[in-house]
Design a protein around this ligand. Structure first.
Ligand code: AMP
Length: 221
């Protein structure tokens, strides 16, 4: 167990980030902070933020940097994140978000940024068969879901295809990743905090690679 680990997991949507982050957060006993999950919770609540975010998310676009930075800053100030650390999933997604995060975390800096690397063609195939529990966010592949009669094994919630997993929205998100998010690899690479983990393997093997990367980054010296 690594107390107080502060991690960012980058990677294309559909690279298996969400599922791996859930596993990592259980393994290292640190909160999993997913900005996508936070926005989807606002959509379910029907808040003003949720109504605005739904339109953007369904089209495959990105919610504005100022809004996202505000949401994350507020979340990182909660007691659990301050004491236990956190795994950031889906944030930052743009260079301005990363710069704002550097400012927010000057006192307690991020230890390690992992780029979970899966090629575009492969994530396109994966996202098309992705199904997600609307309550707890557990990911499934379509064939599995049919077997489980659309009920989540973890919490009993409804398992559905995400509204933003249409082919148009998926392609737009992947284009935006290349334009806006992939420059973060240079941003974090420049100061030596970036570790690239090959995400093309079985989920269990990728998980072991991620644990090894985090442990190596947190080893003293
Ligand atoms: P995710 O669950 O990470 O795939 O995020 C789902 C959607 O939420 C994205 O396609 C964006 O529309 C929005 N979103 C999540 N995180 C961010 C962020 N850091 N910046 C802008 N938009 C975001």
């Amino acid at each position: 167990m690594i107390p107080g680990a502060r991690l960012i997991i980058l990677g294309r949507q559909g690279a298996g980030k969400g599922t791996q982050c859930v596993r990592l957060s259980r393994h290292f006993v640190v909160p999993h902070i997913s900005t996508g999950d936070m926005l989807r919770a606002s959509v379910r609540e029907g808040s003003e933020l949720g109504r605005m975010a739904k339109k953007v998310m369904d089209s495959g676009g990105l919610v504005g940097d100022d809004i996202m930075v505000g949401i994350v800053e507020e979340r990182l100030n909660h007691g659990d994140a301050r004491t236990r650390g956190y795994i950031l999933d889906g944030f930052p997604r743009t260079v301005p978000q990363a710069i704002a995060l550097d400012d927010i975390t000057t006192e307690r800096p991020i230890h390690c940024v992992i780029d979970l690397d899966v090629p575009r063609e492969m994530v396109l195939r994966r996202i098309s068969s992705r199904r997600v529990c609307r309550d707890c966010g557990t990911n499934y592949v379509a064939a599995d879901t049919e077997k489980h009669q659309w009920i989540c094994e973890v919490c009993g919630g409804e398992v559905l295809q995400r509204d933003d997993d249409t082919p148009e929205a998926i392609n737009r998100r992947l284009d935006l990743y290349e334009e806006q998010t992939s420059p973060l690899i240079e941003h974090y690479g420049a100061d030596g905090r970036l570790v690239v983990v090959d995400g093309v393997a079985s989920p269990d093997l990728v998980f072991l690679r991620l644990i090894a990367a985090v442990e190596a980054a947190r080893r003293p010296g």
